[in-house]
Design a protein around this ligand. Structure first.
Ligand SMILES: O=C(O)CCC(=O)C(=O)O
Ligand SMILES: [Fe+2]
Length: 277
């Protein structure tokens, strides 16, 4: 893995278009297209691949294993590790299978070792609603330092936050710091999960939730058919707006452990020191 020195915070003003890389398909990217994808990812923690060839999109998504490593297990995943995201068949406790807003989160926050890399392929966008939303953990981290001078370190303690869903539960730091690199694990009380911050960090956790709810800190956009969002699950939080009743929408989620060869050139997390603008 590369150090995240180039990583920058972002807010609603970031150009999504600048993060889109047009490719024939994921399995047939040129070396230049791969470099473009990695540069976009390393700068803000996400990239969108706009794939022209969509006939074999499921196989094409699975071809990312060659670059990103092994798929990470999920209770709703199929044998290949793909989690269907569609309101057509709701499963209790899983917002991805509902029409509800999915508040900003990192995936796998209920597990002791959450996945590093998140990918989301758009099979059928909703005509209205179902927008993707992203926000920067780095921007939030810098905000907390200004808001709670000298107190932010408590969020890095091992029992800062407990997150529970159905039979899965995990107690962990919110921000984890190691060797100058910081990563976030985050979930809000969203109807599917129970989130309990340690008593002395309750106010900081509430401020973090407010920060991620503020329009200025959120980047919203609609993925088109064949788009694949690739996000650093340790540096970017993601979610989606509600899907109106009766409106079809189909996505595939495939998350990776980031052990593949492309990951040697990818940065995960963000620097613990503020970066100059
Ligand atoms: O529906 C989406 O766009 C995102 C769903 C999601 O983040 C999830 O199920 O974890
Ligand atoms: Fe998610």
């Amino acid at each position: 893995m590369a150090p995240p020195d180039l990583r920058r915070p972002f807010g609603s003003g970031l150009s999504v278009a600048a993060q889109i890389v047009r490719v024939p398909s994921m399995c047939c990217m040129s070396a230049a297209q791969e470099r473009e994808m990695l540069a976009a990812f390393n700068r803000y923690g996400f990239a969108i691949l706009r794939c022209a060839e969509r006939a074999r999109s499921r196989q094409d998504l699975l071809s990312l294993r060659r670059r990103f490593g092994a798929p990470v297990p999920h209770p709703r995943a199929d044998d290949d590790g793909i989690v269907p995201i569609s309101p057509a068949r709701p499963v209790a406790g899983f917002l991805g299978s509902s029409r509800m807003e999915h508040l900003l989160h990192t995936d796998g926050a209920f597990r002791d070792r959450p996945e590093t890399l998140m990918t989301l392929q758009c099979v059928r966008p909703a005509v209205r609603g179902g927008l993707s939303v992203l926000a920067s953990a780095q921007a939030a981290y810098e905000h907390l330092a200004r808001h709670f001078p000298g107190r932010r370190d408590a969020l890095a303690e091992p029992d800062a936050l407990t997150i529970t869903r159905t039979d899965q539960t995990s107690t962990q730091p919110l921000f984890r710091r190691r060797d100058g690199v910081c990563t976030l694990r985050f979930r809000m009380a969203d109807g599917a999960s129970r989130v309990v911050p340690r008593a002395d960090v309750r106010d900081q956790y509430a401020e973090l939730c407010r920060f991620f709810a503020a329009p200025a800190n959120r980047l919203s956009f609609k993925l088109a058919v064949g788009d694949v969002l690739i996000a650093d699950n340790t540096a970017v939080v993601h979610g989606r707006t509600p899907i109106p009743a009766g409106m079809p929408r189909v996505m595939r989620r495939l998350n990776f452990d980031a052990t593949g060869p492309a990951c040697d050139r990818m940065a995960f997390g963000f620097p613990t020191r503020p970066v100059p603008p």
